[in-house]
Design a binder for this molecule. Structure first.
Ligand code: G6P
Length: 372
C-alpha cells in the first residue's frame, strides 16, 4: 500500500498531488488539427445537442458541486438554462423533463445509486442523458445516451479531490463544445478558453508547491469546532466544497455560504475568533464582485472573525482585512475554482491528519454509495 501511495502519507494526499495530471489528461486529445473541439467519446447525435433547450445536472456530494461550478460557465458560453439538482431530489419531485432536455449525470464512480435512479427517470421522460464519469465500464455511462469520461485515474480516498477537478474540466469541455456547435460564441473565444484550461495544470502545481503555508495553518487549527466558508459566483460552490471536505475528513462543523447571503443570516454566527475562509473573486473580472466580497471580509472581521482569505496573486486589496492570505495564480474568472479549491482540500486533509484521523477512510462514509 505504501508503494501505491507513491510516497505520500495517504491516498488523499497523493490524489491532491495528482490533480495537475488529472486535468491535463482530461483535456488531452480534445481538439482537431484546426483547433476545433472534438469530443470523440460522446457518441451522441449533434442534431440532438443542437436542439437542447435546458440542461439539468444531477449528481451527489462533491460531483454536485462540480455541477454547480459548471452551471456558471455553461450558461455563459451557451445561453442554455442550466439547473443543478441533487440526484435524489430530482428523482422524486416530478421534474419537468422532455426530449429537448439534456440531463448531465456527474459521478466519479459511475455507480452511485441515487444518480443512477435519476438517469433512469430522465430517460423514461424522453431526455437525452450524458454521463460525466471517471470509471470506465461502470453502470451510469452504460445506461446513458452519451458519455464524456474524466481521465483522473483511479480515486481511492473516500473524499473526492482529483475527480472533482476533472469533472469541472470535462463539464467545461462540454460547455465549450456546445457553444461551438450552436455558434453562441466566436471560435476565437472558444479557443481562448480552451487554451486557458490547458494552462491550469501548471497553476495547480504552483498551488501545490506553496502548500506549506496552508498546512501550517491547518495544524494550528486542530482544536477548531466550527469553520465557515464564504464565496460568490463560482466561488460559492468552492466554499461549499471546502466545507464538505472539512466535515467529511475532520468531523468539524463547517458550512459554506454565498457571500452575498451573509447579511441575510449567517453573519449572526460570527463571534470572536470564528474562523472564516473567504474565496475572493479576481479583481480583474469584467463584472467584478471583488469589492463586494472585500466588504464582506471587513464586516466579519469587525465582528471578531478570523479571516482566512484565498485570493488571486497580486490582489493587495485583501491584505488589510485578512488574518491570513493564501494566494493562488491568476486565471480567467470562470476557471478560478480549479485553483482556489486546492488550498481548501489541503487544509481539510492536513487538519484531519493533525487530529490523528484516517483521511482515506473517514467514519460512516463510503467511496461509492450503491444504495438509495
Ligand atoms: C459518496 C462519496 C463522495 C462522493 C459522492 C458521489 O458520498 O463519499 O465523496 O462525492 O458519493 O459519488 P460519485 O461516485 O457519484 O461521484
Amino acid at each position: 500500500a505504501a508503494a501505491e501511495k507513491g510516497g505520500f502519507a495517504s491516498f488523499m494526499d497523493k490524489e491532491i498531488h495528482d490533480q495537475p495530471q488529472a486535468v491535463a489528461d482530461t483535456l488531452l486529445g480534445r481538439t482537431d488539427l484546426e483547433g476545433r473541439l472534438v469530443l470523440d467519446d460522446l457518441r451522441v447525435d449533434e442534431a440532438v445537442l443542437r436542439q437542447v433547450d435546458k440542461i439539468i445536472v444531477v449528481a451527489c456530494g462533491t460531483a454536485a458541486y462540480a455541477g454547480q461550478v459548471a452551471k456558471y460557465a455553461i450558461e455563459h458560453w451557451c445561453r442554455i438554462p442550466v439547473e443543478v439538482e441533487l440526484a435524489h431530489e430530482f428523482r422524486y419531485r416530478d421534474p419537468v423533463v422532455d426530449a429537448k432536455t439534456l440531463v448531465v449525470a456527474v459521478s466519479q464512480s459511475g455507480e452511485t445509486m441515487d444518480t443512477l435512479m435519476a438517469v433512469r427517470h430522465a430517460r423514461e421522460q424522453g431526455a437525452t442523458v450524458l454521463a460525466i464519469v471517471n470509471t470506465h465500464g461502470s453502470t451510469i455511462p452504460r445506461e446513458s445516451d452519451a458519455v464524456l469520461y474524466t481521465h483522473a485515474g483511479p480515486e481511492v480516498a473516500v473524499a473526492s479531490t482529483k475527480a472533482f477537478l476533472a469533472q469541472i474540466t470535462a463539464s467545461y469541455l462540454l460547455g465549450l463544445y456546445l457553444a461551438q456547435l450552436r455558434g453562441t460564441k466566436f471560435p476565437d473565444e472558444i479557443a481562448e478558453s480552451f487554451a486557458a484550461l490547458r494552462a491550469i495544470p501548471e497553476k495547480i502545481q504552483q498551488v501545490l508547491d506553496a502548500a506549506e503555508q496552508v498546512r501550517e495553518t491547518a495544524r494550528s487549527m486542530a482544536e477548531a469546532t466550527s469553520v465557515l466558508f464564504l464565496g460568490r459566483h463560482v466561488g460559492f460552490p468552492v466554499a461549499m466544497e471546502g466545507a464538505l471536505k472539512l466535515k467529511e475528513l475532520a468531523y468539524i462543523h463547517a458550512e459554506g455560504f454565498a457571500a452575498g447571503e451573509l447579511k441575510h443570516g449567517p453573519i449572526a454566527l460570527i463571534e470572536e475568533g470564528q474562523p472564516v475562509f473567504v474565496v475572493v473573486p479576481s479583481p480583474r473580472g469584467r463584472h467584478s464582485l471583488h469589492s463586494k466580497v472585500i466588504s464582506n471580509i471587513q464586516e466579519i472581521r469587525a465582528r471578531g472573525a478570523r479571516t482566512l482569505v484565498i485570493a488571486e496573486e497580486g490582489d493587495e486589496a485583501v491584505l488589510p482585512f485578512a488574518d491570513e492570505v493564501f494566494f493562488v495564480p491568476q486565471t480567467p474568472v470562470l476557471l478560478a475554482p480549479l485553483v482556489s479549491v486546492v488550498p481548501l482540500q489541503i487544509f481539510a486533509c492536513e487538519l484531519a491528519t493533525a487530529k490523528g484521523l484516517d483521511v482515506d477512510q473517514p467514519r460512516n462514509l463510503a467511496k461509492s454509495v450503491t444504495v438509495e
